[in-house]
Design a protein around this ligand. Sequence first.
Ligand code: NAD
Ligand code: UGA
Length: 490
Amino acid sequence: MGKEKKRIKLNTIKQKMNASIKNICCIGAGYVGGPTMAVIADKCLDISVHVVDINQKRIDAWNQSDLNNLPVYEPGLAEIIERTRDRNLFFSTEVNSAISNADMIFISVNTPTKTKGIGAGKASDLRWVEACARQVAKEGRNHTIVVEKSTLPVRTAETIKKILSSANQSSNKSSTFSVLSNPEFLAEGTAINDLENPDRVLIGGDDDSSIKALANVYEHWVSAEKILKTNLWSSELSKLTANAFLAQRITSINSVAAICEATGADVREVSLAIGKDSRIGSKFLNAGPGFGGSCFKKDILNLVYLCRYFGLEEVARYWEMVVTLNTWQQKRISQLTVNNLFGTITGKKIAVLGFAFKANTNDTRDSPAIQIINELLEEGAQLFIHDPKVNEGQIVQDLKRDSSKCLELANSNGGWVYASTIDSAVENADGLLILTEWPEYRELDWENISNLMRPPAWVFDARSVTNPSEIRKFGLNLWRIGDGSNQELI
Ligand code: NAD
Ligand code: UGA
């Protein structure tokens, strides 16, 4: 077939496919792939959505009948899975066939920070993204729209395009590809609401028909004005920038919390006052134990790496400071816990309430609890850890040490026990440290807790979920994040 004829044929196929997407494949059945595809399947009855993963255990967990034990806990997710699974939503490890049958492929795999080699500790490790691109290049048929859903460094689309275009050269295939960037902005714990009612959907690309095809998918439930179209690089950079700005706000308010504690001000009052300024806005102004989660730190470090790569040293240092201060905040919490418990916690029992990086998720990746707990263990504390959604096995994995089945309180080496109830965590404890803002921690029975703890007992509220007068009424001492009213006690 002549070159021109072949081009016309491919374009016809392309237009036909793009007019309406019938088969979506999502590579990566994680915190983004699972919920995002569930919502697409729920809203688009005319599209068949296949979520594939190399992790058989994860796929089995998505397919199990017990909807309370899906691999991702998100309010509202189980109900959507119940009505979509095996209707037009399918989970499997059949990666190749899902790719071959798809008109549109979302790459939604992990992009963690590199741990070794060039850029270690800063740059994103793109090996999983590259592996996907190679597989798509090999298995893709006709015209396939490849959508970057993972968060990626600016200009990754260029690499993906190169890998995809090399497929035809090496194998005589006539398949074609276009690459779009469509970053995900959902936050864990509110993922379903964020997906169903997004502030915006961002599509970056240079191929109008593919952009239109992806926009059509979202327009099943998102109004067209909310769908922003940009060039590829703006889209990739917007995702890193959005996370950097959000993380920077948290670091800013955490730094103000420390000033409040030193001066007698109250960070809740300061947040309220500044948040009323419509130029500042009220969201993301809750002081806490430092931001956690799998993305903020990784994405800022990635931005820092890019800045240095492009010779923007001052800009790199500016963003790097957000991460430095976040680590400092976590250290501050463990240090003040020790200081208030008479400078030593060796052999003392402390109840830790909350291990997830935020409420309403079972995700513990980069949770501030991990660093804070490790520092307390280093000081010799005996920790009883409670979390409504995180299981013991996950904590073992994150702390990289087994739980002690029974703690010898006289033992000077730190140890931890998984507490299945709050009462068992606080019984005879000298301290109670709240690290995640789970709703049930707002409703604690302080009279009962004060009877169970060993006086003089301390409550450390790193999430500001408690009512100070309730706590003090029962003779407990309280440190609350950003609360300068108890400054003399620090
Ligand atoms: P995750 O680790 O939960 O899931 C990624 C999945 O991809 C894993 O199950 C893994 O087995 C699978 N995978 C890796 N390589 C594969 C391959 N070659 N073939 C098939 N499956 C493969 O990660 P996540 O939290 O879903 O994040 C995915 C991406 O989305 C990241 O780039 C992240 O930065 C971004 N993101 C995450 C969130 C969030 O809230 N977690 C929000 C927005 C964006
Ligand atoms: C964040 C962003 O909010 C999402 O838009 C983005 O898509 C996602 O990262 C991502 O790219 O992975 P997520 O990390 O799931 O979402 O949750 P957030 O609500 O942003 O919370 C992150 C951390 O900041 C948590 O540890 C949370 O407790 C903390 N935080 C948040 C505060 O300490 N104070 C606040 O006011 C808000």
